[in-house]
Design a binder for this molecule. Structure first.
Ligand SMILES: [Ca+2]
Length: 196
């Protein structure tokens, strides 16, 4: 399995979902990198995120790393910083900030999921409400939204309701059938929407 990303519609800190990362490598792994955001410098760049972990060990914790890049595509020395390492089972809002020198034109976000400390044993990490600020002004936000189950439920309800109305000609059947169709559509949307 190694590392699998999906949306999770149950643990989240902002509706309707969070980013879930399952990792059975035993070690913590950078699963998202090369996410570049243009910045104006010199300025203080701050990252904030909600993180929670199941079955992680502190030696293989989850965090988010930020580093600065120049216009020529080179990493600027001394700009790397990370949020504190985290393996809490409860949601924790982590944050970190650093002054970026004038040659920094982009910041790169690297997301690291926790490991269990033992190869083959699963550790799961959830991320939600990732935000990047430049001198206190929000310049990037990711709520890890997955609306597919809700869109699926809405479409399923409407389509089944219409179909039942056409077949039976009875509005009271259509409402009941629409509810069932909504449930089916929601389940289908959840199933197909989980994988990223
Ligand atoms: Ca969310």
């Amino acid at each position: 399995m190694h590392v699998v990303e999906s949306y999770d519609d149950i643990p989240w800190t902002s509706f309707p979902s969070s980013l879930r990362v399952d990792n059975d490598e035993g070690v913590n792994i950078t699963f998202r990198r090369r996410l570049f955001i243009p910045v104006s410098t010199p300025s203080v760049i701050k990252v904030e995120c909600n993180i929670k972990v199941e079955n992680g060990v502190m030696e293989e914790a989850a965090w988010i790393a930020i580093m600065g890049w120049d216009t020529a595509g080179r990493e600027v020395r001394g700009t790397w910083f990370t949020t504190p390492p985290l393996v809490s089972r409860d949601w924790v809002r982590v944050e970190a900030s650093k002054e970026m020198p004038g040659e920094v034109a982009y910041v790169e976000i690297r997301m690291v999921c926790a490991g269990s400390g033992k190869k083959g044993e699963l550790a799961s990490t959830w991320f939600d409400d990732l935000k990047i600020y430049q001198d206190g002004v929000l310049i990037y936000a990711n709520d890890f939204n997955n609306w597919n189950p809700y869109i699926g439920a809405g479409l399923g309800a409407v389509l089944t309701g219409i179909l039942t109305q056409l077949i039976t000609g009875k509005i009271e059947y259509s409402v009941g059938a629409g509810l069932l169709g909504g449930l089916g559509g929601g389940v289908a949307g959840y199933y197909f929407g989980r994988q990223i």
